[in-house]
Every structure is written in C-alpha cells, then in structure tokens.
Ligand binder design. Structure first.
Ligand code: NAD
Ligand code: UDP
Ligand code: UDP
Length: 333
C-alpha cells in the first residue's frame, strides 16, 4: 500500500504520460496532469476526467508553473521525429526552458523529479548494446539535434541541480516504446506499420530495413518509470529503460503483416538523415537497481496495439475491408 502523494505528470495527455497517469491513479495517488496538447489529446485522458483524484491543467511548461506537489514526472516533449522536427526551436525550448522550470518548481517544493530522457542521447551509437556510461555519437547540427541535444542538455541541468541544489533527481533513458494511444500520424514505425497494414496500404520501410530497434511495450515502461521514481535517493540514473530484444525494421514489418492478416505490400523508401543503424539497451543497471525487466513480448504487445488502432480507425470510419473477425482468425488470436 503506497501513501497517497500529489504527483505532477507533465505531458500527461500524451502517449506515455496518459498511461502513467492511469497507473498512478490506480496506485491511489492524486494526479495533476499538465499538458499544452501539442501532440497529446484530451481523448487520451477523457476516461480519467471523472476521477476526483485527477486534475487537468492546460499549460506550456516553457512558462513558469506554480503548483504544490510531492513528485514530478517530466514527460512533456514531442517524441517522434515528425513532431519534434516540426518546430525544432520549440523542441529545444521544451527540453531546456521546460526542464529549468520544472527543476525550479522541484527545488522550491523539495519534490523528487524524474526526467523522461531518451536513447537518442546516444545518437547513432558506436557501442552496442548501449550502456549508460557510453557518451554517445550525436550530430549537434542535424535535423534530430533539437531533440538529441535538447535532451542531453536537460540531463546536464538535472545533474547540476542535484550537485548545486541537492535535488532528488531520477533520469530515465527511454528506448523505443509502443502501445495503445500512440499518435496515428506521428510517423513512428510501429504506429505507421500498424495503421498502414490495417488500411491495406504499403508498409513504408526506410532504407533496406536492416537497421534495428528494440521495442518496449508501454505497460513495461510505466512500471520501470514508477520503480525508478520510488527507488532509493542515491539511485539517480541515468538508467536505461527499454526492451533488449532487438529486431530489424523488416522483421517488424513482416510481423505486423502476419498479425494483422493484411494484404499490404512492403515498399522501400529512402532512409532519413542521421537515422541510427542499431539500437538496443543494456538494461543491467535497471535489473540490478530496480529489479525491473520487460515482460511483454513484441508479438503480444503488437496484438494489443493492433486492437487499439483497429478500434480507433473503425470509430472514424477508416478501415480496410478485412473484418476484425477475419483478421483475428488469420492472426491466430
Ligand atoms: P507524446 O508526444 O505522446 O507526449 C508528449 C506530451 O507532451 C504530449 O501530450 C504533448 O502535448 C506534451 N507537450 C509537448 N510540449 C509541451 C509543453 N511545452 N508543455 C506542456 N506539454 C507539452 O510522446 P511520448 O511518446 O508519450 O513521450 C513522452 C516523453 O517520453 C517525452 O519526453 C519523450 O521524449 C520521452 N520518450 C519517449 C519515447 C517513446 O518511444 N515513446 C522514447 C524516448 C523518450
Ligand atoms: N519556477 C517555477 N515554479 C516554481 C519555482 C520556479 O516555474 O515554483 C521557475 C522559475 O520561474 C525559474 C525557474 O523555475 O525561471 C528556475 O528556478 P530556480 O529557482 O532554479 O532559478 P531562479 O528563479 O533563481 O532563476
Ligand atoms: N521507419 C520505417 N518506416 C516508417 C517509420 C520509421 O522504416 O514508416 C524506421 C526509421 O527509419 C527508423 C526506425 O523505423 O530506422 C524507427 O523509427 P522511429 O521514428 O519509430 O523511431 P526512432 O528513429 O526515433 O528510433
């Protein structure tokens, strides 16, 4: 039984944030969700609005925020390349100004604060799998830099606030995470492939599809974030959270085709600039310090994600012509 805490989740109307709010409420906490709806939606949290322990505040964290809470999860930041490159200056501002404001808030309140950092701090890694002490291979002036360097600077701020102001900090380096409530148009590979397959449109594989990623199901990620927040004071991170099972993008495309029973073909398109070739977390630290490792295999997580997008598309009258029953039987549900 956890003591009820007042917990602020910035970016709480986004993909990860909304699942986190849900879990924190289930644990009995009092949750304040702050979001400017840049990429998040009310639809992601509408089911929580009747809960008296859930509060929604529309606010942009690049501006100061004065509230009273015990813990802060700083999740606010567009996360997909399409979204974070849409307004790159704003992306750096969210990472830097947003973090300064949330750290200032944590400092005034003596509250514990967790930063949603990213595997992108490793850039296009030359060390494989990535351990936390690897310093990364990041282009400071490319199209991904607003995000990568923004998140790196945020980590610097977190550790300087700890050194300078003795703040209680936690830094999670999140690797590719997927699941229900991903934005259908944010260009991330899992949502793209699932939506394309359900609509029987070609699956767009960038490059030859030999680049790898490791995909973590959202419930596992939320569990990891909460364990990190609740870990002893000296466990600051940075700590990798992700699923170490590595797949090529072509393997992912084939698995999505199999599970959806789709008739889509695979279409090869040019690889975007600075697209990392390989990515897989070394999660030894998370295992040792948090007793955490992912439990949901890709196949199972994809099924839940496919179900979500299937309903999502149907509700909007957008759907391929294979019935749900047909798809489920062909995919062995
Ligand atoms: P998301 O885009 O679904 O969620 C981000 C949320 O932040 C959205 O609700 C958006 O409206 C909100 N937001 C953006 N700018 C804001 C601002 N200035 N003020 C207030 N709210 C703002 O993305 P996500 O996948 O849920 O990612 C959440 C966090 O996790 C991000 O910080 C992201 O960098 C990090 N992360 C995610 C992944 C992943 O695979 N999903 C991987 C690594 C890191
Ligand atoms: N801040 C905030 N809420 C608070 C306290 C601070 O948004 O409750 C912001 C504040 O506007 C400032 C930033 O956090 O710009 C950093 O605060 P800090 O106290 O570290 O720095 P200072 O105020 O001395 O610049
Ligand atoms: N990708 C792809 N087709 C798509 C979207 C992405 O082949 O429709 C590739 C992309 O080039 C990258 C990988 O899938 O190699 C993961 O891309 P995503 O944008 O999901 O995440 P990130 O690059 O940030 O890991």
């Amino acid at each position: 039984m956890h003591l009820q805490k007042r917990v602020l989740v910035t970016g709480g109307a986004g993909f990860l944030g909304s699942h986190l709010c849900e879990r924190l409420l289930e644990m009995g906490h009092d949750v304040l969700c702050v979001d400017n709806f840049y990429t998040g939606t009310k639809g992601n949290i509408v089911h929580l609005l009747n809960n008296p322990f859930f509060e929604l505040h529309r606010h942009d964290i690049t501006f100061p925020l004065f509230v009273e809470v015990d813990q802060i999860y700083n999740m606010a930041c567009p996360a997909s390349p399409v979204h974070y490159q849409n307004d790159p200056v704003q992306t750096t501002k969210v990472c830097v100004h947003g973090s300064i404001n949330m750290l200032g808030l944590a400092k005034r309140l003596k509250a514990r604060i967790l930063q949603a950092s990213t595997s992108e701090v490793y850039g296009d890694p030359t060390v494989h799998p990535q351990t936390e002490d690897y310093r990364g291979n990041v282009n400071p002036i490319g199209p991904r830099s607003c995000y990568d360097e923004g998140k790196r600077c945020a980590e610097t701020l977190f550790f300087d606030y700890r050194r300078q102001h003795k703040l209680s900090i936690k830094v999670a380096r999140i690797f590719n995470t997927y699941g229900p409530r991903m934005h259908p148009n944010d260009g991330r590979v899992v949502s793209n492939f699932v939506v394309q397959a359900l609509l029987h449109k070609p699956l767009t594989v960038f490059g030859d599809g030999s680049q790898t990623r490791s995909f973590c199901y959202v419930d596992d990620m939320v569990e990891g974030l909460i364990r990190l927040m609740e870990s002893p004071e000296d466990v600051t991170g940075p700590i990798n959270l992700g699923n170490p099972d590595e797949f090529t993008i072509l393997e992912l495309a084939e698995l999505v085709l199999e599970l959806t029973g789709s008739r889509s073909e695979i279409r090869f398109e040019p690889l975007p600039k600075d697209d990392p070739v390989r990515r897989r977390p070394d999660i030894t630290r998370a295992r040792q310090l948090l007793g955490w490792s992912p439990t949901v295999p890709l196949r199972e997580g994809l099924r839940k994600t496919i179900d979500y997008f299937d309903d999502f598309l149907r509700e909007r009258g957008l759907t391929g012509d294979v019935s749900q029953a047909e798809r489920k039987s062909s995919a062995g549900f």
